[in-house]
Ligand binder design. Structure first.
Ligand code: PA5
Length: 433
């Protein structure tokens, strides 16, 4: 069970890891003793110790109510208040989750809003849900983020017109700070049920709090198992010895490669359902590491799709990249290729083989090609795509990110750079001071 980390194609030599041993140990101590920058946002590190079980039971009850009464759950949020839930829902559910017909589905469709400023997107969404049974989960830690605030203003009106104020309040759930912010205030005044984003957990580390857990549970995924996987990962990745901790080996590998001029990390996958894991990962690493004019630029590709677009660049372009391959060993669904009398498509040599077998060879062939093209490759392998492994993976990436940040000498838990565009936009919009 769990994650395997393979650095045999990284071009990193044993002594380079040895040189990192003490640096990693120091980063570990800084993180665990909470002595470094941003330590007030490290509640995710040992979540199992202060997990609010009562609130979690209430969350599961609410998710049951939504599952029984909604055709659609609209999840309003952006960044860390959006990507984790979507990543897990897309990874673990049916590939066409929202397209499954009404009589065959056991959970509501889940649609995300408030993650853009598009009038078209919102108008189209209202057209789709206007005659349906709807619940809304609005998620914002600060409660003041423009994108979700705009979407929620429209959805609040929609829900009140559709159900009346009284009934609407039962169908709107706010996930926000426990005591501060406009959304908390709005929830109090309107009597919405609320779930808490803990003070010591920042947006992009919050998927295992109600931010992610409520929408994920509504979609029918077993959140107990996700938490089990994450809590187990807390133990697995608590060893301060670099060579005994695969999570730290990943952090160290990234930093060694970065010091050798590899400025871009490309997360690859060979399963379409993992594409939003990459989006979540990009936010986690991009917002955590890109500061003080430092950082590894996190990019992603979906293979084999993007072998027909970005494959050229990766094989032959500038050698400032490395790849991290997120690989699933066994999937529970597959198809076998059959023989065809005519064989016009010349695929009979594959008859009797599964599609996964072909996909695996595509991965191995690509790995060889990119390594021959001087691209260091790391591999993170999950034995299965299930709840337990997902919990494991989320924690693995979060902790590796924090350790990488401390190795790099930055604060992995703040995001001062995102304020600049907001300042300019508000000025252009004439927002009162
Ligand atoms: O990781 C982060 O802190 C950010 O991406 C936030 O999650 C994002 O900006 C949304 O913030 P909020 O939840 O306050 O609306």
């Amino acid at each position: 069970m769990g994650i395997k980390f393979d650095y045999s194609n990284s071009f990193i030599k044993e002594h380079e890891y040895k040189n990192m041993e003490q640096i990693v140990k120091t980063a570990h101590t800084m993180l665990h003793n909470r002595t470094a920058q941003g330590s007030e946002f490290t509640g995710w590190l040992d979540l199992s110790l202060h997990f609010d079980k009562e609130e979690y039971q209430r969350l599961l009850m609410k998710s049951e109510e939504i599952r029984n009464n909604a055709d659609y759950l609209i999840v309003i949020g952006i960044g860390g208040s959006y990507l984790g839930a979507r990543a897990v829902i897309e990874a673990l559910n049916h590939s066409f989750y929202n397209l499954i017909e009404d009589d065959k589905r056991t959970s509501p469709r889940v649609i995300f809003a408030g993650n853009n400023i598009s009038g078209k997107y919102l108008s189209d969404l209202f057209e789709v849900v206007k005659d349906k049974e709807v619940y809304v989960n609005v998620i914002s830690k600060s409660g003041t983020t423009t994108e979700p605030a705009i979407a929620f203003r429209f959805f609040k009106k929609f829900m009140e017109e559709k159900y009346g104020k009284e009934k609407a309040r039962e169908r709107i759930i706010a996930t926000t700070d426990k005591s501060r912010g406009s959304l908390k205030e709005l929830a109090k005044i309107n009597g919405y049920e609320t779930f808490v984003i803990p003070d010591d957990i920042g947006g992009r580390y919050s998927v295992l709090t109600p931010v992610g857990l409520l929408p994920i549970a509504v979609s029918g995924i077993n959140t107990d198992e996700i938490l089990k996987g994450a809590f187990e990962a807390e133990k697995i990745y608590s060893n301060s010895n670099l060579f005994d901790n695969e999570c730290y080996m990943y952090s160290a590998s990234r930093q060694i490669l970065n010091r050798k001029g590899k400025d871009i990390e490309i997360l690859t996958n060979y399963e379409p359902s993992l594409s939003f894991i990459s989006e979540w990962w990009k936010q986690l690493y991009g917002e955590s590491e890109g500061k003080d004019k430092k950082g590894i630029y996190p990019a992603s590709v979906n293979f084999t799709t993007d072998l027909h677009s970005m494959g050229q660049w990766i094989q032959d372009g500038k050698r400032n990249i490395f790849e991290t391959n997120l690989i699933i060993k066994d999937l529970d669904k597959d198809l076998t290729i059959e023989s065809d009398d005519m064989d016009l498509d010349k695929l009979n040599y594959l008859s009797g083989k599964t599609v996964s077998y072909v996909n695996e060879k595509a991965f191995k062939g690509t790995l060889q090609a990119h390594v021959q093209g001087d691209v260091p490759n790391l591999i993170i392998e999950l034995d299965k795509l299930d709840e337990y492994n997902m919990g494991n993976l989320i924690y693995f990436f979060e902790k590796a990110c924090a350790i990488s940040g401390y190795i790099q000498g930055i604060n992995p838990f703040d995001q001062p750079g995102v304020e600049m565009y907001k300042k300019n936009m508000f000025k252009l919009l004439g927002k009162p001071e």
